[in-house]
Design a protein around this ligand. Structure first.
Ligand SMILES: [Zn+2]
Ligand SMILES: [Zn+2]
Length: 277
């Protein structure tokens, strides 16, 4: 079963990524109002009513701001770490699945591996999705590429990778000094150069899709991101740049190994959910 993915929008004003496989469609993060989420999903040919679940990477409002209202309106289960749940009061959720210890879990045909990342949030997780031998990594909102991150995201077939800022633009830009330090720090966001360095180390010629994402509108430009990532973009089979307004349209990963079973230690997500009232 092929994994398909698309974005409602990418950047500090709101994020939302759809990951679909077979009958299941997941929304990773929701930083938009209900109306805006419905409008952006309609553009991609789906409705929130089609979703199997919402997964949350961390509590920042560009990722979690719209999660509570959307989950309540459409009675959607929400998957998140205990730290993320505690970090933000989003009201009553119809169904909560806590991601414990960043253990992999399964929703339908999709195996989800949460990966801890260094970011200034309580218990941030980014995700790798696998189905029948193909894999997609979503990797934004982190200040550093750790060996742990590299080991999980280095061999994905498709990658949505943050290239948030150009260090010089950030230094000369409008942010106050404390915010500049935060964004550029070890728990902030990846620069164009950090993203390029990661791709250089792990290679990009195995990538079916490379999506450059979470590009700052104030501290980066498409030209600078393109220039920094030109080598990786040239060796990946397909490279696109996600934007705040449009996100990106559906992309499909073709399966490389149809026999590959889920990894050991996988929890089945249909286990009883913890309900928070
Ligand atoms: Zn963000
Ligand atoms: Zn963040």
């Amino acid at each position: 079963m092929a994994i398909r993915f698309a974005s409602l929008g990418s950047g500090s004003k709101g994020n939302g990524t759809l990951v679909a496989c077979g009958d299941h469609c997941l929304l990773v993060d929701c930083g938009f109002t209900i109306k805006e989420t419905e409008r952006r999903m309609a553009r991609l040919g789906v409705s929130p009513a089609d979703l199997s679940a919402i997964l949350v990477t961390h509590e920042h409002s560009d990722h979690m701001g719209g999660v509570g209202p959307l989950a309540r309106k459409y009675r959607l289960p929400v998957y998140l770490t205990p730290g993320t749940l505690r970090a933000r009061d989003i009201g009553t959720l119809p169904q909560v699945h806590l991601i414990e210890g960043h253990q992999p879990f399964v929703i339908g045909d999709i195996q989800v591996t949460p990966v801890a990342v260094p970011h200034d949030a309580r218990e941030a997780a980014q995700f790798v999705f696998r189905s029948r031998g193909s894999s997609l990594g979503l990797l934004t909102d982190l200040g550093t590429i750790t060996p742990h991150v590299e080991s999980h995201f280095g061999d994905c077939d498709a990658l949505v990778l943050e290239a948030n800022h150009d260090p010089q633009m950030l230094a000369q830009g409008p942010y106050p000094p404390s915010l500049k330090r935060r964004v550029g720090g070890a728990y902030g966001h990846l620069s164009n150069q950090q993203a390029a360095g990661f791709l250089q180390r792990v290679g990009s010629d195995h990538l079916q899709h490379l999506v450059v994402a979470h590009i700052s509108e104030k501290n980066n430009s498409l030209d600078l991101a393109r220039a920094a990532l030109s080598d990786a973009a040239a060796s990946a089979a397909n490279c696109i740049f996600a934007c705040q307004q449009e996100g990106f349209d559906w992309l499909q990963i073709s399966s490389t190994d149809i026999a590959s079973p889920p990894r050991d230690g996988v929890q089945i997500a249909n286990a009883p959910a913890e309900t928070i009232d």
